[in-house]
Design a protein around this ligand. Structure first.
Ligand SMILES: Nc1ncnc2c1ncn2[C@@H]1O[C@H](COP(=O)(O)OP(=O)(O)OP(=O)(O)O)[C@@H](O)[C@H]1O
Length: 578
């Protein structure tokens, strides 16, 4: 029987260079993920690949490993022929956003840690001015990573020539390249490609855009469409939904879950609009629950900074806005109603607005937030795609994760739809299990909660948004010289940014004993009170806290799960309101 079980190909059986194997070992990866196991050998065999694998399944390394391996191999051949001086750009990694560019660069750096002298890599999305990166490109790094527009800008500026030397082209998050509005840039870029090259298209979803790209870029490709589910299995990712009677109940529940330490570890909280992200941030801050916001309004520098700080453990909570879902629904309904159609035909403005929004599609999409224990859908997403991408920010790689969705009456229809779309035909269980929580047990919190909701006025939200802009100005490289010459302006700006739109209420930081529900008392006191927040705080490491299962194989020794209140919560198999 055991012989029948197909043996998994390990990294060391793929013919990889020792330096690469050493780097993989350093990352603590004991075995390849399914997409890596399939894609790496095919790529090393010279095949073009179109690959779809679920979010968080290790696609970045699935193309990075073979690219590095082939560069090492090519260099070995050159060395043996004494052609040491033939340095050139050999691989292009094309990504749809600057965040993803620096992420792919970071992964490349980690994988080339033991051969960084031999394989060089540059991320050209860091600087807007092509001239600033000219010296870095002049030495012809082996791998160049960037967005289509930045690559094109450097080609046009004469800093980069890809017409003869490039042997490997990768398009990561390929389906987004078109929806981010890069179609024309991509087509122009293609005109600079050499006649023959090996190409990989990586994506978490198959779409029409991907089909178009496939025709443009790939030659006779192998299609890898991993038939795994869109999200990790229930032993790695546990999904709950909780029905809230009113909008205020969402605030009450989140506040109580965090304060009662039922939500532990780093969490991403998703809302549907930018305004709501500031509203929630200001609400939570009154209870000394500090978090940062991530939305498409923020400049890309700030967004990268937020992700960096979160990954370093400076914050435990990010409130992310995922307008993509709202926008795509809006565009669909525009198509389906004749009245709206007329409107969009007559009003060029509407169309324009839509396309800029599409460019901003999902600021969190594809981002590898590190060690996220929980994804909380404060607002329920409006499509399956959006749900999958949000929830895919947790339980990444081999880690465990929990997704908890708050649902009010108006969101019930979408919940029902997503339950159906995600359900396993062999099981009667709903994928998003009902999270049993007795709201009346936290009634005592309601008075404080109402008070805090009231304090978040429209003015306070506007001030919070302005504050972000001020902060951006303070961090701006471009304004540095101006502030050096005008120190008074800098002082005023600094002073302004200290004030808070809504006051932190110190007495609301702690939960008095009488508010703790009797059923939760023992659990509440078992969890050690966090050390006073100083920067950097002790980051909550999921790896440390939770024994992880290997890919596809749950770890039987996994015990700590029972200690995490969210994961160990028992759900009752009664039908929810859905
Ligand atoms: N073989 C492996 N073993 C364990 N962890 C891995 C392995 N390969 C990658 N990882 C980790 O898994 C996480 C997710 O990887 P990656 O960002 O490449 O996923 P992805 O498939 O590109 O996701 P998305 O579609 O959301 O961008 C990363 O933190 C990475 O370090």
């Amino acid at each position: 029987m055991a012989d029948e079980i197909e043996k998994k190909t390990q990294f060391h059986e793929m013919g990889l260079d020792n330096r690469l194997l050493k780097a993989i070992a350093k990352l603590g990866w004991s075995e390849p993920t399914p997409i890596q196991e399939k894609a790496i050998p095919l790529a090393l065999d010279g095949k073009d690949i179109l690959s779809r694998a679920r979010t968080g399944s290790g696609k970045t390394a699935a193309f990075s490993v073979p690219v590095i391996q082939q560069i090492l191999r090519a260099k070995k051949v050159l060395d043996s022929n004494n052609k040491h001086d033939e340095q050139c750009v050999r691989a292009l990694i094309i990504v749809p956003s600057r965040e993803l560019s620096s992420q792919a660069h970071f992964m490349m750096q980690q994988l080339t840690a033991c051969c960084s002298q031999q394989v060089t890599c540059v991320d050209i999305s860091t600087e807007a001015d092509p001239q600033l990166l000219k010296p870095l490109l002049a030495v012809k790094p082996d791998i160049v990573i960037g967005t289509p527009s930045r690559l094109l800008a450097h080609i046009k500026a004469g800093n980069l020539d890809i017409s003869t030397s490039v042997e490997w082209v990768v398009m990561d998050e390929a389906d987004l390249l078109f929806s981010f509005g890069y179609e024309n840039d991509l087509k122009s870029l293609l005109a600079h490609f050499p006649k023959s090259y090996q190409a990989f298209l990586m994506s978490a979803t198959f779409s029409e855009d991907l089909e178009s790209l496939k025709k443009l870029v790939l030659h006779n490709p192998v299609t890898l469409n991993l038939s795994e589910s869109q999200l990790p299995m229930a032993d790695q990712l546990i999904q709950y939904h909780v029905i809230c009677d009113t909008e205020d109940d969402k605030y009450l529940l989140l506040y109580a879950l965090i304060k009662l330490k039922l939500v532990r570890g780093k969490s991403l909280i998703f809302v549907n609009t930018v305004g709501r992200s500031y509203r929630l941030k200001l609400f939570l801050e009154q209870f000394s629950i500090f978090c940062c916001v991530l939305n498409s309004e923020l400049p890309v520098n700030t967004r990268c900074h937020v992700v960096e700080q979160f990954n370093q453990g400076l914050y435990d909570y990010i409130i992310a806005t995922d307008e993509s879902a709202v926008v795509s629904t809006a565009s669909k309904s525009t198509k389906s109603t004749s009245v709206d159609e007329k409107k969009s035909k007559t009003s060029g403005k509407i169309k324009k607005k839509k396309s800029t929004k599409m460019k901003e599609y999902g600021v969190s999409r594809g981002i590898d937030f590190q060690n996220v224990s929980n994804v909380i859908n404060f607002d329920f997403p409006t499509s399956l795609q959006s749900y999958v991408h949000r929830v895919g920010r947790t339980a990444r790689g081999e880690q465990m994760g929990t997704a908890l969705s708050f649902v009010v009456d108006e969101e019930m229809r979408v919940l029902k739809k997503i339950q159906k779309q995600l359900s396993d035909t062999n099981s009667e269980e709903e994928p998003l299990k009902p999270y049993q929580f007795k709201m009346d047990e936290i009634e005592g919190f309601r008075y404080r909660c109402k008070d805090a909701i009231r304090a978040v006025t429209k003015n306070a939200i506007r001030e919070a948004r302005v504050k972000e802009v001020r902060r951006e100005m303070l961090n701006s490289e471009k304004l540095k010289t101006y502030f050096e010459e005008n120190p008074h302006d800098l002082q005023v700006l600094r002073h302004d940014s200290i004030s808070r739109p809504v006051k932190v209420k110190k007495h609301m930081k702690n939960v008095p004993e009488y508010l703790i529900p009797p059923t939760l008392k023992s659990m509440y006191h078992r969890v050690p009170v966090k050390a006073k927040r100083t920067l950097p705080p002790p980051s909550h490491d999921v790896k440390r806290d939770r024994k992880k299962p290997r890919f596809g194989k749950p770890n039987p020794k996994y015990k700590k799960q029972q200690e995490d209140p969210l994961r160990s919560f028992r759900y009752v198999k009664t039908k929810s309101k859905v």
